[in-house]
Design a binder for this molecule. Structure first.
Ligand code: UDP
Length: 339
């Protein structure tokens, strides 16, 4: 049985990925400092899969503790590295914290991986590295644009650090997964997104408004150069995204070659506007979500969606869950939280 360390494994995407890994027969060690997650998620994972993963409360920047963890859980075959701060707006105000956690955390992890001869890493990257692309959809070869925020910079730097380390070490293999906009929750409603305070992201804001926690959704701008004037994104079901990690890992662990670096866009290949997804949500769930058009949000890009041919052909992976099911899972989770 292959052993996988999952940093940030109690977070939103991390927890869904742990579920998929355990369902596929991997042994999982979660490394999470609980800075943006809840320990109760562990019980949710256990309920869904029938198995409690090993868990260590560690900040990945703490190299000593990380070392002790690798020693304790000997022979870790691969790492999936989710642990990072992720709020664009917050990163502007807390730039140093973002660089420290996201960049130093990665360096600390790669250092310990090298010491313990752990030669495989799957990294959580983001479509944010493309900025506002000139040509849509974006492929993995689309140019990397100057980052719009410290958060975006940390993702670009992390990609560079991994790329250069793979080139230098020869033994390390890496897969960079560039996520588009993950949404939805596990169909069991035992795990899902847990935003702290007022949500920054669209879907949790929609579900909280539907639940009556927020008065109305603010749609940030309807004067963009898009068919209905609101921004366009590629919304990907979190469980489809989780499955992409499993196939990426299987590809790496099944390969006889070391020292490879591969990059994949992980999206649906379809763009939806803010107003479209809002109306799809109301229709899928039979609920009303009051909304108001307000001014543009600083730093928003107008539109982006993924070209997913590489992931489809090379990984044999495709986002397959119908949007109405995804939006129903998000609403079911919100109701469970309020239940
Ligand atoms: N958005 C919105 N109202 C909100 C939150 C988000 O209109 O309360 C819009 C935002 O302007 C963007 C889209 O929804 O066009 C997705 O935003 P989100 O923050 O979820 O993800 P991003 O693509 O910015 O990472």
């Amino acid at each position: 049985m292959k052993k996988i360390a999952v940093t940030g494994g109690l977070g939103y995407i991390g927890s869904h990925t742990v579920v998929e890994l355990q369902n596929e027969g991997f042994e999982v060690v979660i490394i999470d400092d609980l800075s943006n997650s809840e320990i109760a998620v562990l019980a949710g994972i256990e309920k869904i899969t029938g198995k409690k993963p090993a868990f260590e409360t560690i900040d990945v920047c703490d190299t000593e503790k990380l070392r002790a963890c690798f020693k304790k859980h000997s022979h870790i075959d691969a790492v999936i590295h989710f642990a990072a701060y992720k709020a664009v707006g917050e990163s502007v105000a807390k730039a140093l914290e973002y660089y420290r956690n996201n960049v130093c955390g990665l360096i600390s992890l790669l250092t310990v991986m090298r010491e313990f001869e752990c030669a495989n890493i799957v990294f959580s990257s983001s479509c944010t590295v493309y900025g506002q692309p000139d040509v849509l959809p974006v492929t993995e070869l689309s140019p990397i644009k100057k980052a719009e925020s410290p958060y975006g910079s940390t993702k670009q730097m992390s990609e560079d650090i991994i790329t250069d380390t793979v080139a230098a070490e020869k033994s390390l293999s890496a897969i960079l997964l560039r996520y588009f906009n993950p949404i939805g929750a596990h169909p069991s409603a035992l795990i899902g997104e847990l935003p702290k305070g007022v949500p920054n992201n669209l879907l949790p804001y929609i579900t909280q408004t539907a639940a009556g926690l927020r008065t109305e959704l603010h749609v940030f701008g309807n004067d963009y150069n898009t068919p209905d004037g609101s921004c366009i994104r590629d919304y990907i079901y979190v469980l489809d995204l989780a499955q992409a990690h499993v196939v990426a890992l299987q590809r790496m662990l099944g390969s006889k070659e070391s020292g490879s670096l591969e990059i994949f866009n992980i999206g649906t290949g379809k763009g939806l506007s803010v107003l479209e997804i809002l109306h799809e949500f109301m229709q899928a769930n039979g609920v009303n979500v009051p909304y108001k058009i307000v001014g543009r949000r600083a730093g928003d890009i107008e539109q982006i969606w993924a070209e997913t041919t590489r992931a489809n052909e090379v990984l044999g992976w495709r986002a397959h869950t119908p949007l109405n099911e995804v939006l129903q899972s998000a609403w079911k989770w919100e109701q469970k939280l309020r239940g």
